[in-house]
Design a protein around this ligand. Structure first.
Ligand SMILES: [Zn+2]
Ligand SMILES: [Zn+2]
Length: 146
């Protein structure tokens, strides 16, 4: 397993992931749309114990977008940055911040009931859920919310 690296737009913040990625999801909820400024948010989920900041952590701040859900960003350039949940056991990484290929394709579209009216969902064969997937859907490690 090679190490994945990622960074923000201004390159001040850099991180690395040595644990294998679990899955990648597209979230169409209104929060992810606002946050990303785009049609949906794409997030890579992994065991957080393989995650580490390489530089720039002092520039990272977090915003609680809903109770218990934190979103991190670079205060210099505004790029979304990874968040650690479950006391560090679960890393949620904005896929667009990756500098390397995580080597897996997206698993699912979630919160499709909230999707942007101007964005037609692609015919990509992926499962789609109105909100969250049913219990047990996410690949195991430490579980995973959007
Ligand atoms: Zn930055
Ligand atoms: Zn979302």
């Amino acid at each position: 397993m090679s190490m994945l690296q990622g960074s923000c737009l201004c390159q001040a913040v850099r991180y690395a992931l040595s644990s294998p990625p679990l899955f990648l999801n597209h979230c169409h909820c209104s929060l992810c749309r606002k946050l990303s400024g785009s049609a949906f948010g794409s997030f890579l989920h992994a065991d957080g114990r393989g995650f580490r900041w390489l530089q720039g952590l002092a520039l990272v701040r977090s915003y609680e977008s809903s109770p218990g859900n934190w979103r991190a960003f670079c205060t210099r350039c505004g790029s979304l940055m990874p968040v650690l949940e479950d006391e560090g056991r679960h890393a949620i990484i904005p896929a667009g911040s990756l500098d390397d290929d995580p080597g897996l394709t997206p698993l699912v579209h979630i919160h499709c009931a909230s999707k942007a009216p101007w964005y037609p969902l692609p015919e990509d064969g992926l499962p789609r859920f109105e909100a969250f997937p049913p219990p047990g859907f996410w690949p195991k490690a430490s579980g995973g919310e959007a």
